[in-house]
Design a protein around this ligand. Structure first.
Ligand SMILES: CC(C)(COP(=O)(O)OP(=O)(O)OC[C@H]1O[C@@H](n2cnc3c(N)ncnc32)[C@H](O)[C@@H]1OP(=O)(O)O)[C@@H](O)C(=O)NCCC(=O)NCCS
Length: 301
């Protein structure tokens, strides 16, 4: 434990009891704000499965901290979370000062981009640099039915993932997400880490191969979320990618339709996805497939 200020300390991978305290804080924040203040990478880091720097603002006499901050050296982004019962007491400002000692110009993620986060960012001199839209399709209103989108383009085959597809999958991901800071940098080990999670199902990772050459052209990785809505699981378009040279042939649309059908067959009631707001072509594709924007995440620098 390395004291940073009178009330905040910095830690390596959190111990079990620190983790439990932070997780209790995250649950409080999720209940109060209606959004998870951590993303998948941040949850991995909290469990010690990914390198990160952690700061904890303790509450005297309680295992439940007032605030928590995390900096991910790979994505060079930070997350700051303050207990709803301790907001407007300067905890957020103090945690940001700690993060700035490690990285003077941090990028901060605000999941849900709530009014408090927007005001906080303005007050501490940060401006919005990226926005991710969260889009949703209600399968009770818009079920997957056989449609033109289901027609797989000539010369292309859509099949589930097999382990010998891994290296091609990593290459196509890197190529398709070249402009995307986090997704495009995923390594084979990152893919394997995700495939090691309880939710992973190879049948839900659909690959489009070229019939003649056998080359991988694109993929749609779906995820069935453990959380439930109205007793039914929630599905996610976890990643959808097509090689730039294979764009415009309807491969993305048919991969999307095949994945949505798979999710529906798994009993999913709604499908969500995250997309870069600036990627208007892809946002339009999702809109035409009955996805609507429900909220957004923002990053501030
Ligand atoms: C955003 C968040 C971290 C702010 O934490 P905090 O401890 O309440 O913030 P501070 O008390 O240090 O406030 C710092 C400044 O932001 C302003 N501020 C923070 N929340 C505000 C709100 N709800 N309304 C108006 N101003 C607000 C404060 O007035 C303060 O400015 P001042 O000192 O000049 O008055 C907290 O609301 C939170 O945990 N939100 C959920 C997680 C999140 O969105 N994090 C991303 C942050 S970009």
């Amino acid at each position: 434990m390395d004291p940073v200020s009178s009330t905040t300390y910095r830690t390596g991978a959190p111990t079990h009891s620190e983790q439990a305290g932070i997780e209790a804080l995250i649950r409080e924040v999720r209940a109060a704000d209606g959004v998870d203040p951590l993303n998948e990478n941040a949850h991995f880091a909290l469990r010690g499965e990914r390198p990160a720097v952690h700061w904890i603002a303790p509450t005297p006499g309680s295992p439940h901290p007032r605030g928590y901050a995390q900096w991910d050296p790979e994505t060079r982004s930070a997350i700051i979370v303050v207990d709803p019962a301790h907001r407007r007491e300067g905890v957020g400002r103090e945690l940001l000062a700690c993060v700035r000692k490690v990285t003077p110009e941090p990028t901060l993620w605000a999941f849900g981009n709530l009014p408090a986060a927007q005001t906080f960012a303005t007050k501490v001199g940060l401006t919005e640099t990226r926005r991710l839209l969260i889009m949703r399709r209600d399968l009770r209103e818009h079920p997957a039915t056989p449609s033109v989108d289901d027609v797989v383009p000539a010369g292309v085959n859509i099949d589930p993932y097999r382990p010998d597809d891994l290296s091609a999958l990593v290459e196509v991901n890197a190529e398709a997400f070249r402009e995307h800071p986090e997704q495009g940098e995923l390594t084979a080990a990152d893919f394997e880490q995700r495939m090691g999670q309880a939710w992973f199902d190879p049948e839900g990772l659909l690959l489009a191969h070229d019939d003649d050459s056998g080359r991988l052209l694109g993929f749609h990785w779906t995820k069935v979320e453990p959380r439930e809505v109205g007793g039914e699981p929630v599905g996610e378009v976890y990643a959808l990618a097509v090689l730039p040279e294979a764009a415009g042939r309807g491969i993305g649309r048919s991969l999307l339709a095949a994945g949505v059908r798979y999710l529906q067959d798994r009993g999913v009631a709604e499908v969500i996805l995250y997309v870069e707001a600036s990627n208007t072509r892809v946002v339009d594709m999702y809109r035409s497939a009955n996805f609507v924007t429900v909220s957004s995440d923002a990053s501030y620098s």
